[in-house]
Design a protein. Structure first.
Length: 360
């Protein structure tokens, strides 16, 4: 336990230490510090209030006495790979990190304020949405129609099985925040079988086998990017999480579905939210590649600015339509998909490579 001293009872109470503090007691370390500063002549004798001392103690380090440790010249740090960063480079990295932390903190604050205005079903529905996406979609989230959707989903989950699970509806938002979007693939609605949908269009949970549409996507990648079984292609699963982490937004037009009933949540309100997602990317981002497969995706992407973005259209990869133009569309090569296929070819580990921007 720290020793505490009654300053007003000490002989030095008529000095700065005794007169300056309103509090009758301070801990021993504070007393020692104040005494030493007084002896060294670093406390002006005219200081006579607690506020003055606190103001002094809060002065920047440059204004007070530096310790021997602080006087040691800074050395350039070297990372474990053997490469060294210049002070200016390290400073830029630090500033970028600080800016990102500040921005995320601000988004969290705004979303917290937003949730105070929302009904409980809406709060429950968006609980796992990325804060930055939530902020950008606030104008839709606050509408009566979205509240109606939230109540509908709440009722559906109480009566039957709904996919994906509640905590995975917005996986796309957490894995691919707005500033990370490089490619957008639009789907229709989630897979309606057990242990499949997890919040990413065309993707299924491990260890589920790839569904037919995804198998056809794998075939087109093999042909378009000239990868083979010898290189570990195609994958034996359908989990596209690594694509999402690299900036491929895998977005369904409708984000939930009733078990074994495809399109059961169509026209319930999800389309307004996902249209707002596309609109935000269209207006706030540049040089994004939109892959629109099938009539539904093409209708949803009809307003995308072709001068700012690359929009590629083809039939849906479903077995019912893939042979009518999806095979041979060469969308993956046009998107420089090799940066993504590296994820699979390297033992399914996440690649450090990023999707390059296309040349417009």
């Amino acid at each position: 336990m720290l020793r505490r001293f009654n300053l007003l009872a000490l002989p030095c109470s008529n000095t700065i230490i005794g007169r300056a503090l309103c509090l009758p007691t301070v801990d021993f370390r504070t007393f020692k510090l104040l005494s030493r500063l007084l002896v060294l002549g670093l406390l002006p004798p005219s200081m006579s209030s607690q506020q003055s001392i606190l103001k002094f103690l809060k002065r920047p380090l440059s204004e007070s006495t530096l310790s021997n440790e602080a006087r040691v010249p800074k050395v350039q740090r070297t990372d474990f790979s053997g490469s060294s960063k210049s002070p200016s480079s390290a400073s830029k990295d630090s500033q970028a990190l600080s800016t990102d932390v500040v921005q995320r903190s601000e988004f969290n604050r705004r979303v917290a304020e937003l949730k105070l205005k929302l009904a409980n079903p809406v709060k429950t529905l968006i609980r796992n949405m990325d804060p930055e996406w939530c902020h950008h979609l606030a104008s839709v989230i606050q509408t009566d129609s979205f509240a109606k959707l939230a109540m509908f989903i709440e009722h559906e989950r109480s009566e039957t099985t709904v996919y994906p699970p509640e905590d995975q509806v917005f996986s796309w938002s957490r894995l691919t925040p707005p500033g990370k979007v490089r490619v957008v693939i639009l789907g229709q609605d989630p897979y309606h079988g057990p242990q499949q949908a997890h919040g990413l269009a065309f993707s299924v949970k491990r260890p589920q086998n790839p569904p037919p549409s995804l198998i056809n996507m794998y075939k087109e990648i093999a042909s378009d990017c000239e990868v083979s079984a010898a290189e570990g292609w195609p994958p034996n699963h359908g989990d596209l999480t690594h694509w999402a982490e690299q900036g491929v937004l895998l977005l369904n037009a409708v984000l939930t579905v009733r078990r074994s009933q495809p399109n059961s949540h169509k026209d319930r309100g999800w389309e307004k939210l996902t249209n707002a997602v596309i609109n935000h990317i269209n207006t706030s981002c540049s040089h994004v590649v939109f892959l629109l497969w099938g009539a539904n995706a093409q209708a949803q992407g009809a307003r995308i600015d072709r001068n700012k973005h690359l929009v590629l259209e083809a039939p849906h990869p479903s077995p019912l339509s893939a042979s009518r133009g999806f095979f041979g569309c060469r969308h993956f090569r046009n998107t420089r998909w090799s940066a993504l296929t590296d994820c699979w070819l390297n033992n399914n580990k996440q690649s450090n490579r990023r999707l390059p921007e296309f040349n417009s």
